[in-house]
Write a protein that binds this ligand. Structure first.
Ligand code: 5AD
Ligand code: SF4
Length: 456
């Protein structure tokens, strides 16, 4: 933490101590945002605020926004409206940060229509939050802290993690790829990798605290650039695997174009790396992929999958798919379905293309909404028709689970995840505790979960 930050944390702490003030954070979007929110929470706790889940009873409300898809905006503006009412009855401070605040025109929009917002902060200035809140709390200033240059990487922020056994570690920020549909490179800036020693330090610390599973995060993890012995993502993976106590390692998201053999080898050679790979497809048609600027073809994607399946026994894949990209024809969409049939993804995150102003695709000829929805339903149907078959392959196998808690629907049962991310519920024995890794034999396959019996 830097001096300035500590100074403002202390100043606020003195000011609010004994007042029992509460904060609430609403996080929208991806795991990178979740990880940022954990750091925001870390700073707020140091200031002396304590967490409350219902933001209607909070003294400080933070919205950490996302702008990857269009509908997020309506949702945010609805929420801001709710806070306006709250501000009339109590002195709630409203701070809004994250990707949407970096969007062109957003500051003006909020200033014009929601002038009661107290603090606006961007993705490059999150670490200034103590100072921003101080100005709002003490000086009653309206604060706008958004810059348009790539922020430097800020190490050592306090952090309050959401889970006790699973943790996310951001390894790089930003993206250089400019996929033509995507706004991320505009709001998160160019790629910046954290120093390997800082990442390893964080993971070692997590291991000491009892964490078992970590997820390495970045917009494009396999273009990670290190230094010294740890030059690239494969080196980083191998090194993280050497840390005692960490038993499971995941990473999201890699880009197929950067998925080098050494990363495949690292996965194959390290038992700790989960054998599910999230490999965003986006489209299965080479022409569409070209106009998305994805830099791989249908064949190259399928070859990569084949190579993974050959080299990594038992590997499964998950993916992201966008339907209704501008100019996509019915025939081209068939290629997406074809890849889905061939790869048999364990999980598919499906998105209807959403226009993002300022991106190349927003200038292209759009296809009608009903067409997009029709394709979405088609893809969903295909995926769901495969779920049963996919789940049945687990029957009678023994799976290692990280126990995450009691089952929401049946408190006598525990719930955990396989390394391929399947939810399994089972009846625990006396020794089993949350956070343990146990072996469970799968006895029943249901659509959205599996059921098992403890083996040891
Ligand atoms: N419209 C729809 N989906 C999008 N994604 C990114 N940008 C858009 C957009 N404009 C999806 C991609 C990406 C995931 C995080 O969000 O599939 O992998
Ligand atoms: Fe967006 Fe493409 Fe970068 Fe992913 S790789 S963040 S989809 S531009």
């Amino acid at each position: 933490m830097q001096e300035n930050q500590e100074k403002f944390i202390d100043l606020i702490n003195k000011k609010i101590s004994g007042k029992n003030l509460k904060y609430s954070i609403l996080t929208m979007g991806c795991q990178l945002n979740e990880n940022d929110s954990e750091k925001i929470a870390g700073m707020l706790e140091k200031m002396g605020y304590s967490e409350i889940s219902d933001y209607k009873n909070a003294d400080l409300v933070i919205f950490n926004t996302c702008c990857v898809r269009e509908n997020a905006e309506e949702r945010l503006f609805g929420k801001i409206g709710e806070i306006k009412k709250l501000k009339e009855s109590r002195d709630t401070i409203l701070a809004i940060g994250g990707c949407m605040m970096q969007e062109k025109g957003m500051l003006q929009k909020i200033k014009k229509s929601y002038s009661f917002v107290d603090v606006i902060f961007g993705t490059h200035t999150m670490q200034n939050l103590p100072e921003d809140i101080y100005k709002s709390l003490i000086n009653k200033e309206k604060v706008k802290d958004v810059i348009d240059i790539d922020g430097e990487i800020y190490e050592g922020l306090p952090i309050k993690r959401n889970d006790k056994f699973k943790a996310s570690v951001t390894i790089m920020y930003g993206c250089n790829n400019f996929c033509t549909y995507c706004i991320v490179p505009y709001v998160r800036g160019r790629e910046r990798s954290r120093k390997p020693e800082k990442i390893l330090e964080e993971v070692k610390q997590l291991a000491e605290e009892g964490y078992k599973e970590i997820t390495l995060l970045g917009q494009n993890v396999n273009s990670y650039v290190g230094n010294g012995e740890i030059k690239n993502f494969a080196d980083l993976l191998n090194e993280v695997c050497r840390i005692d106590g960490i038993e499971r390692i995941r990473f999201i998201s890699p880009h197929p174009k950067d998925f080098t053999d050494d990363v495949i080898d690292a996965i194959a050679n390290n038992e700790k790396i989960c054998k599910i790979i999230h490999l965003p497809l986006q489209s299965g048609n080479s022409k569409v992929l070209k106009s998305m600027n994805r830099k791989y073809t249908k064949e190259q994607y399928l070859n990569l999958v084949n190579k993974m399946q050959e080299k990594i026994p038992g590997v499964v894949l998950s993916t992201d798919i966008i339907v209704g990209f501008p100019e996509e024809t019915d025939e081209e969409f068939e290629d997406t379905l074809d890849v889905v049939r061939k790869v048999n993804f364990e999980q598919i995150f499906m998105f209807i293309y959403s226009i993002r102003e300022g991106t190349v695709a927003s200038e292209m000829e759009q296809i009608p909404e009903d067409k997009k929805h029709e394709r979405f339903e088609k893809l969903k149907k295909l995926y769901e028709s495969r779920v049963d078959e996919n789940n049945e392959k687990y029957l009678n196998t023994v799976q290692k689970l990280l126990i995450e808690g009691t089952s929401k629907n049946n408190h006598e049962m525990f719930e955990g995840r396989t390394d391929t991310n399947k939810v399994v519920i089972f009846k625990p024995n006396e020794e089993n505790q949350i956070g343990d890794i146990v072996s469970v034999k799968i006895t029943e396959a249901h659509k959205w979960y599996l059921k098992g019996e403890i083996v040891k």
